[in-house]
Design a protein around this ligand. Sequence first.
Ligand code: BTN
Length: 246
Amino acid sequence: LGKTILHHPTVDSTQAIGHQAAREGGPHGTIIVADEQTGGRGRMNRSWHSAKGKGMWLSIILRPKILPNHAAQLTLLTATVLADVLDKYDSVKPFIKWPNDILINEKKAAGILTEMQAEQDQIQYILIGIGLNVNQTRDDLHEDIQSKATSLRIESGNELSIKNLIQELLIAFEASFDKYMEQGFLPIKKKWESYGFKIGEEIAIKTFKDYWRAPFHGISEDGALCTETEEGKPISLYSAEIEWFN
Ligand code: BTN
């Protein structure tokens, strides 16, 4: 992992560059890093603010020999890797909000966007995009996210080296990926749950058609949210948003 690191001062999105590199045969473990993204993308068609030198904006090309329906496990793996890296910093206590937002003091510090190219039951490649807010001050944060986002600098009071963070992330990612290929998802699931935000508590769940409150039990083998229907029947959800109460 990381034998090829493509570094760009400014790009539209490292995901766009990553797709192109992967289509052209870019090998497993290729990393695309940018200092700045002018069109950073988030999940659900949202945009991702990626100002110059303020955060870690990168994408990883993976070509794992797994089934396409296990790809979501790699997103959860990435969230645990990020949480592990941040946990080592003093005064930062990361949590993972299902499925894969990193929260510090209940505000979002990082997000992950996974995109996959697959044919029948074969993965051509998976592209994991990671955005981590590092050196923004509160004023730097765009006003539309100011109340719900944060950065490592805001939380720890210190400016941090993005280069070091990238190195730490890649080392931790490689170790965790190798373990996953050897031992499967169970160790990752346990780790994910150790960082899981609001596990064992009541949350609100929003799907495309419903909104209700239910207890959050944890995640399933394939990364689904284990919770209950309004009537109290156990269910696993693959696509939903969760909210919480204080
Ligand atoms: C989210 O929480 O919605 C996911 C955000 C992912 C942002 C990263 S930044 C690097 C990579 N390039 C992009 O355009 N998006 C991802």
